[in-house]
Design a protein around this ligand. Structure first.
Ligand SMILES: [Zn+2]
Length: 436
């Protein structure tokens, strides 16, 4: 919720009348690991459209998700706040009405907001429709056909004075991995057994009900790559549509993912179970009219997107836990720490990254409670816990987590009980592997 501006007419905040701000497309793809995209160094052709797009954009090489599953990650994206501040962390958590979201801020400044989401975890029932004048949550078609909705909406608002804010949350790469045949063929994924394409199998792997074979990780990876490529085509078609409508020059397009995915690098599958790099490193690529393309090495995180975008638009941002990623760094600026948090289905952990060091503090029986320390420069795969060798660093980094209220439990701001969710939402959550 956000109060209306004090003055101004026609729903505009003071100072808005003088400028026609660019449209905004925020394109979130569920479950895309940065390292599975060409422009992030992957060797297979999963992302030709994104790769070309990135040549005209600002690409953040070291972008992090704030959590390893959808709801808290997108809550951080929408509010610029870390999990202890938005308190939307668990399976029943709802983004509270008093949260100030990007869509609400943009609405106050004259934007017309449309949200189209394919993952019910960020649907209306969980508070994510705040600030959008139109919001749809559905799963009936694949991501390519999200575009049909977008086309209809753009047709409808043809000639509209106010700029638009279009938020799309695509789902293809999320499990179950069941790509269209042409993509399966492209990535030689067709040989995988039929049950590899089911949610039940992925859940069974994580529960230990089924044993993976030596070929399992490779076969699931190929299916996943095929889905990443399938979504890339959908993203490309969206870009083509903007171009065909002559909207490229005055539309900012931001491409990112909510979290990554595990393929047993540390013994687990899917996501939402750990805070290893494979579930945290996400793509973040922004094509902003007037901003020259470049690659940025400094770390970026979900909470930075809101302040960056508002600074670009010349709109004052509320206090956040993020920073303007395009502002030049000054001597004496705070260190670029990355904070992440997970608390779902009995898996609780938090992490902080400063320089080459990453400290993970597990906080649940499933993961123990001993802090783990990794040197990401020397050991990017996080295979060697060096906590015992560097107690000084462990102590300093534990203090950072405590300062940010990440060392203990976060109580949800608001919750919804399963029986309050309508059957359609519950069915769709189950289809993605989220069990009641
Ligand atoms: Zn997700």
């Amino acid at each position: 919720m956000l109060a209306a501006p004090l003055a101004g007419c026609g729903g505009e905040a003071p100072g808005d009348a003088a400028v026609r701000r660019p449209n905004i497309v925020l394109y979130v793809v569920d479950t895309v690991r940065a390292d599975r995209l060409g422009v992030y160094g992957y060797g297979k052709p999963t992302s030709p459209r994104l790769d070309a797009f990135a040549e005209e954009a600002v690409l953040f090489e070291n972008a992090y998700a704030q959590s390893s599953w959808t709801r808290p990650a997108v809550a951080s994206l929408f509010t610029g706040l870390l999990p202890p501040a938005h308190r939307t962390v668990g399976r029943r958590s709802v983004l509270p009405e008093d949260a100030t979201t990007l869509a609400e801020i943009l609405a106050v400044h004259g934007y017309e907001g449309m949200g189209l989401v394919r993952n019910p975890n960020v649907g209306r029932a969980f508070g994510f429709a705040q600030g959008f004048s139109r919001f749809r949550s559905e799963d009936r078609e694949r991501d390519e056909t999200m575009l049909d909705r977008v086309r209809l909406w753009l047709d409808e608002r043809q000639g509209a004075e106010e700029p638009f804010f279009l938020f799309l949350h695509a789902i293809d790469p999320h499990g179950p991995y069941d790509p269209a045949p042409e993509f399966e063929e492209m990535f030689e994924a067709g040989g995988a057994p039929a049950h590899y394409r089911t949610v039940r199998y992925l859940l069974g792997l994580n529960r230990g009900d089924v044993e993976p074979g030596p070929e399992t990780a490779g076969a699931l990876s190929r299916l996943y790559d095929a889905e990443v490529a399938q979504n890339d085509r959908a993203f490309g078609e969206l870009l083509d549509e903007l171009e065909a409508r002559g909207l490229v020059e005055d539309t900012a397009v931001i491409y990112l993912s909510d979290h990554g995915e595990e393929f047993a690098e540390h013994g687990r599958w899917e996501h939402g179970l750990s805070l290893y790099e494979e579930v945290l490193r996400v793509p973040l690529v922004m094509r902003l009219p007037g901003v020259p393309p470049r690659r940025v090495e400094e770390p970026a995180q979900h909470v930075d997107v809101l302040p960056t975008l508002l600074a670009y638009l010349g709109i004052e941002a509320p206090p956040t836990d993020g920073r303007d990623l395009l502002a030049p760094r000054r001597r004496g600026d705070a260190p670029l720490d990355v904070y992440t948090h997970l608390d779902v289905d009995g898996h609780r952990a938090a992490s902080v990254i400063r320089g080459p060091y990453k400290l993970v503090l597990p906080q649940s029986p499933s993961h123990g409670t001993a802090p783990m320390l990794f040197d990401l420069d020397a050991d990017p795969g996080e295979l060697k816990d060096v906590a015992a060798d560097r107690p000084d660093i462990v102590e300093r980094m534990l203090a950072l987590l405590a300062e940010r209220n990440l060392a203990g439990e976060i109580v949800s701001a608001k919750e919804i009980e399963d029986d309050q969710l309508d059957e359609d939402v519950r069915r769709r959550l189950r289809a993605l592997g989220y069990v009641d």
